[in-house]
Write a protein that binds this ligand. Structure first.
Ligand code: AMP
Length: 249
């Protein structure tokens, strides 16, 4: 079984986001970038399936700039077998464009399973997996917290409001990973060295025949409103009075 894991380079989860002064987007200059955290879960799961002998090959793919190669090297260091870089310097690549590119990659790679992250933490779209499954006509299970491979099927437990739901999908299928799926590993130093020699193929949206021109226009990006200062009350009575005054009680 071959598994394809799409991974995205995003602003590191620990970085405080700054909006560009002209409101045109988020400032990514000189900011630490990392693999999208949910993609680490997706990759970790694929690696565990390979280590369990269920999968034979784990291929990672990214659609992005020259610098996204760093993310692919990080994924190879975690343990992926090879990588595909769909290179583009386009400043914005919408989920539909990514899904179309991934569909083209899937046409030549023919994986049995595609595991994506449930959402990229930069734009919080939560769309690419769903769009890709529709374009492929494959079954999908989103927000996976557990995956069990059967004979030609996959059982996916997904997090839903107030509980869990388990779906059985026929392979080939598409899954999106939630944080609780697993605890991603860190790359060891020997694996970081080994990753430098692993195959990393390059292609482009044009070579794949995909138009990635944006369909949407970003009108404005703004910082969240700052919190106003709180006040300290002297007693429970004063608190109750203030809540009553505010109409909360
Ligand atoms: P989104 O729909 O943008 O929230 O992204 C959901 C998932 O799609 C991510 O967690 C990745 O697995 C995948 N994805 C999104 N953008 C890219 C990209 N540029 N390259 C590769 N995979 C991507």
């Amino acid at each position: 079984m071959k598994i394809l894991v799409p991974v995205k380079r995003v602003v590191d989860a620990n970085v405080k986001i700054r909006v560009k002064p002209d409101g045109s987007g988020v400032d990514t200059a000189n900011v630490k970038m990392s693999m999208n955290p949910f993609d680490e879960n997706a990759l970790e799961e694929a690696l565990r399936l390979r280590e369990a002998g269920t999968a034979t090959e784990v291929v990672i793919v990214t659609v992005g700039s020259e610098k996204s190669a760093e993310t692919l090297r990080a994924g190879l260091a975690m343990g992926a077998d090879r990588a595909i870089h769909v290179k583009t310097e386009a400043p914005r690549i919408e989920p539909l464009a990514v899904a179309k590119v991934l569909k083209a990659v899937i046409a030549s790679e023919a994986p049995d399973l595609v595991i994506l992250g449930k959402q990229a933490i930069d734009d919080d779209n939560n769309q690419t997996g769903q769009m890709l499954s529709a374009l492929l006509g494959w079954p999908q299970a989103t927000f996976a917290s557990k995956i069990v491979i059967g004979a030609g099927t996959i059982d996916v437990t997904r997090e839903v409001d107030g509980g869990h739901e388990t779906l059985r999908l026929a392979l080939p299928a598409l899954v999106t990973a939630d944080l609780r799926l697993n605890e991603p590993r860190y790359a060891s130093l020997p694996n970081i060295m080994k990753a430098k020699k692993k195959p990393l193929d390059e292609t482009s949206p044009e070579t794949l025949g995909v138009d990635i021109a944006p369909r949407l226009t970003v009108l404005k990006t703004t910082e969240p409103a700052g919190r106003t200062a709180g006040i300290i009350v002297a007693s429970a009575e004063e608190l109750a009075a203030k809540l009553k005054q505010a109409g909360v009680l």
